[in-house]
Design a protein around this ligand. Sequence first.
Ligand SMILES: Cc1cc2nc3c(=O)[nH]c(=O)nc-3n(C[C@H](O)[C@H](O)[C@H](O)COP(=O)(O)O)c2cc1C
Length: 199
Amino acid sequence: VTGEHSNPSPHWRSLIERALGEAAGDPAAYHVQVATVTPGGRPANRTVVFRGFIAGTDWLCFVTDVRSQKARHVRNQPWGEVCWYLAASRQQFRLAGELALVTGDETDAALQQARQAAWTALSDRTRRQFFWPEPLLPRARPAAFEVAAPDGAQPPATFCLLVLRPTQVDHLDVGSYPHRRTVYRLQASGQWSQETVNP
Ligand SMILES: Cc1cc2nc3c(=O)[nH]c(=O)nc-3n(C[C@H](O)[C@H](O)[C@H](O)COP(=O)(O)O)c2cc1C
């Protein structure tokens, strides 16, 4: 994996991990919005579940369906942004960078392993969704949603990881007053710069 780093975790990552700790297991704390760009150049935004960081990297991992619109957008234009509001600690993180899909065709062994592990970690209820009819087509008959329990060891071709490799993180703390805002930028050296700005 080219993104593996020996640098310590960037500061923004420890702030997210701390805020998740303060959320004390609230599932809503793991819901983030991820924005993509449509082929027509318009924004498209939706809620997804944060599944953790890809091991050895600071890349955010989500799971999605290769048939989804967001997957189409990423294939066309990889730039995206995650907006994450952690309500318990009143912290907003806007993470911008390139999005990538990790499908069954992925040749990088570590990423393929991450895809396999993410599939196994899903609930049966979530796994079944990858066998539902094609998203965005007119509603199929009810029987089309009656799918057998999928094999938890074998991800289907419809299952992929959506990975965000952040290059800029904008952190806004509205739990303090006046609010505090910090922008982190990934440098060519692989180090993160940090600038305190007006909110
Ligand atoms: C609470 C919540 C969690 C969701 N989690 C995911 C998720 O982890 N992955 C995903 O692909 N869609 C998830 N969705 C559905 C997306 O918001 C969206 O409707 C779907 O992925 C289709 O989006 P698209 O057409 O832009 O690709 C979630 C929706 C909600 C309301």
